[in-house]
Write a protein that binds this ligand. Structure first.
Ligand code: S3P
Length: 451
């Protein structure tokens, strides 16, 4: 198994463009497949998760060419798909499995969705339940409402559904189902959730209606609209940029420019959290090309201090909690993370994984059912840390290793390729921008691209 070996970093003075956004890449492939013609996607994230989406759409009869790693040419079939000849493998991707439930529930054929061990233990009732209210027949054949999922395509009915769980994946699945049936389907968010699906639907000229409800929104879609084929450029993933943001923000003397990154305000919560921690962060939105704001983020390092991350802010930083926990361990004083119980059902139980790794690094951390208390500011101890098979845990603790003396080893680090192919090269490039790699931070024996 590949190991990632990390040494204490010199300060960072660099600029970087991170790979394409994972949430947007999944959606772009699915929505382009629904259009009435050919769409070229640029900036696609060629990670394992998103490549599973490409394979899934191909199994459903969509022609997709990949002239280079980050470019896809997708031949939309106006919402018509072919019955798959075998189970569709969603790999590690909860987004893919849940979005496919919405896409396939109304198709005139049966399909089966499978995933790896992690995905096969994640809750699927949250998506099965609302789709069942629309008339879907989806059987979770795993032990506790878990995958493998068997979908028997049915004619669905529209609904108005108030999400009991703050999940953009469930919202998206219902909208994808609603797109294919007559009438008005409405989803009501409990708190503002990432809105890439509705933005991209609008971009492909599928009209959605967004109305404020309490402190969040409802999104409605009138079905049976045909998406118009258009080209699309995926912005850089702010959740991948987050690792470098913290690496720079927590070290005095560091300065980092992140270019061409997505700045959708349902995803930029990390900037607010870092600002509250005392970081010097500036974002500049440069355009909203293709419906998604994008631009640059500048960070100058300083001594951080603790903060509280809780309530409605959590969905906006849900994927950044592992790296924010590392920031908290480097900050002076106490950081409290609450209302984050959803982290227990991510690629791994992230609260337990963060607590275990911070403890191994000598950090004072208390674990709650829905969060963590981290008392930061003491030196981090190096050692061997587990990835728990979770890409964001592996990358967050690789960054923690930059702040520890000696060598920090992240075990089973190949999972990083789930969302960030080339992470290890960016780590080298950022730390040694003018270097010919004679001083690798990563042990060649652990080269991740062997995976
Ligand atoms: C995602 C939504 C979030 C996030 C996941 C990607 C998406 O999950 O954690 O990495 O693309 O919609 P939930 O919708 O389950 O909160």
């Amino acid at each position: 198994m590949a190991e990632l070996r990390v040494a204490r970093a010199p300060h960072i003075e660099s600029e970087i463009v991170v790979p394409g956004d994972k949430s947007i890449s999944h959606r772009a492939v699915i929505l382009a497949s629904l259009t009435n013609g050919t769409c070229t996607l640029q900036g696609f994230l060629p990670s394992q998760d998103c490549l599973c989406t490409v394979d899934a759409m191909r199994m459903l009869g969509i022609g997709i060419e990949q002239p280079d790693d980050t470019t896809l040419v997708i031949h939309g079939q106006r919402g018509h798909f072919r019955a798959p000849t075998g189970p569709i493998d969603c790999g590690n991707s909860g987004t893919l499995m849940r979005l496919l439930c919405g896409l396939l529930a109304n198709q005139p054929f049966e399909s089966e969705l499978i995933g790896d061990a992690s995905l096969s233990s994640r809750p699927m009732n949250r998506v099965i339940e609302p789709l069942a209210k629309m008339g879907a027949v989806i059987e979770a054949t795993g032990p506790n409402g878990t995958a493998p999922l068997k979908i028997k395509g049915q004619k669905l009915e529209p609904i108005r559904y108030e999400l009991p769980v703050a999940s953009a994946q469930v919202k998206s699945a219902i909208l994808l189902a609603g797109l294919q049936i007559p009438g008005k389907t409405t989803v009501v968010e409990p708190v503002p959730l990432r809105d890439h699906t509705e933005r991209m639907m609008d971009y492909f000229l599928i009209r959605t209606i967004r109305e404020p409800v309490n402190s969040a929104y409802s999104v409605s879609i009138y079905g049976e609209q045909v998406a118009e084929s258009r080209d699309f450029i995926v912005p850089g993933d702010i959740s991948s940029a987050a690792f470098w943001m913290v690496a720079a923000a927590a070290q005095e003397g560091s300065s980092l420019l992140i270019r061409d990154v997505g700045l959708n305000e349902t995803r930029t919560g990390i900037l607010s959290v870092l600002l509250r921690m005392g970081a010097h962060v500036r974002e500049v939105v440069q355009d909203t090309e293709h419906g998604e704001p994008r631009g640059e983020i500048r960070i100058d390092g300083t001594r951080l201090h603790g903060t509280v991350i809780a309530g409605n802010e959590i969905p906006n930083v849900i994927d950044e909690i592992p790296i924010l926990a590392v920031a908290a361990s480097l900050a002076q004083g106490k950081t409290l993370i609450r209302d984050a119980h959803e982290l227990r059902v991510k690629e791994t139980d992230r609260l337990a994984a963060i607590a275990a790794n911070l403890t191994a690094m000598g950090v004072d951390v208390v674990e709650f059912q829905d969060g963590l208390e981290i008392n930061g500011g003491a030196p981090l101890m190096n050692g061997r840390l587990k990835s728990f098979g979770d890409h964001r845990i592996a990358m967050a603790f690789a960054v923690a290793g930059l702040f520890a003396d000696g060598e920090t080893v992240i075990e089973d680090a190949e999972c990083i390729h789930t969302s960030y192919p080339g992470f290890e090269n960016h780590l080298n490039d950022l730390l040694f921008p003018n270097d010919d790699r004679t001083t690798p931070v990563i042990n060649p024996a652990g080269a991740l691209d062997k995976h």
